[in-house]
Write a protein that binds this ligand. Sequence first.
Ligand SMILES: CC(C)(COP(=O)(O)OP(=O)(O)OC[C@H]1O[C@@H](n2cnc3c(N)ncnc32)[C@H](O)[C@@H]1OP(=O)(O)O)[C@@H](O)C(=O)NCCC(=O)NCCSC(=O)CC(=O)O
Length: 395
Amino acid sequence: MGSAPATVGEIRRAQRADGPAAVLGIGTANPPTCMAQDDYPDYYFRVTNSEHLTDLKAKLTRICKKSGIKQRFMHLNEELLAANPDFTDRKLPSLDARVDIASAAVPELAASAAAKAIAEWGRPATEITHLIFSTYSGARAPSADRRLASLLGLSPTVSRTILNLHGCYGGGRSLQLAKELAENNRGARVLVACSEITLIAFYGPEGGCPDNILGQALFGDGAGAVIIGADPVSPVERPLFEMAFASQTTIPETEDAISMEINKGGMEYHISNQVPRLLGCNVERCLIDAFDALGVTAKWNDLFWAIHPGGRAILDHIEGVLGLDDGKLAASRHVLSEFGNMSGTTVIFVLDELRRRQAAKQEGETPEWGVMMAFGPGITIETMVLHAPGSLDAY
Ligand SMILES: CC(C)(COP(=O)(O)OP(=O)(O)OC[C@H]1O[C@@H](n2cnc3c(N)ncnc32)[C@H](O)[C@@H]1OP(=O)(O)O)[C@@H](O)C(=O)NCCC(=O)NCCSC(=O)CC(=O)O
């Protein structure tokens, strides 16, 4: 006699993981060209033949000085620009050439980051079950997720998803989706990859176009990759952060505050100067709701923090409204300084920096609970409550 058929409820329970999703490996990568922020105004106005626009150059110099950025990495170098002179003029139809370059470079950069994340995870790439790829440079199908799967030799049964044009919340969104996949599919191992190269949005300065000047001062290129899974297999898999709760919030009436649009000349964006204030007014509500949902009492200064460093003023506003002590946003400020705003990828660099800082501390010195937040068009706020591994009783 066979056993009695399982109920749908039993099947469902067997399909789900027992524990929370956790970060099991992180990797990052940047293109080789590094640009010092102090040198950028001279470089940018020279390579775009715009030295005569002295007011705009002075403005870019002021923004660079106040940006909190020391250096950024870029795929687009002078050689590539010399081969594609149309990139300096956004009115010329250069999208095809930009997409050609990005279609190869975006997955290749992601593969460098992913190889590091997989090495840290400690299991073969063929055991990855799901892939989530986020970029603002995707304009083709099959897309960067398909190419990355080939470059890494992932299984043909890997379940792929691509997120396009989520901007700076792409990393946060991908990690939330990975959490859902890992917790709802027993044994799933999800590779999250974000890869951004600013080439798609590079063009020369123009009067009456301050958004471009701001973007030229802020954005850099980079890729980040994270392996997510629940119920880590000891001793190979070691959780770095457990993902306790995730939510997304849209700030009402801010649809026009951050926007991105692909045109014949590349990607154009608009970033309102109200963004730091709007985020400052809204982050605390998201945090209160998240910790209420968990039933955990949190004092903001008792947490560890991984905030998307969209700009120095954004970090200043958030630090101010939450009354955070100096150093609480050190990982975010460090990443902003060393790499600039790499859009959706940035928050993965911040997680990487945070875990490095935590590893350097003595046991007991690291807070048990923490928060990751990312922001982008919408205005969308991604909030994730993280838990330091080792105290699973907290669940
Ligand atoms: C740009 C700054 C470094 C400037 O520093 P301060 O504000 O302290 O200095 P400041 O007030 O003297 O401003 C210096 C100059 O910057 C200009 N400026 C400020 N914000 C601007 C904006 N959004 N667009 C265009 N110009 C802007 C000011 O007008 C001023 O020009 P002048 O000197 O001529 O008077 C800072 O404001 C900042 O970090 N802003 C946040 C940037 C931001 O919104 N990032 C989010 C990116 S989008 C993102 O992360 C998500 C996504 O892309 O999806």
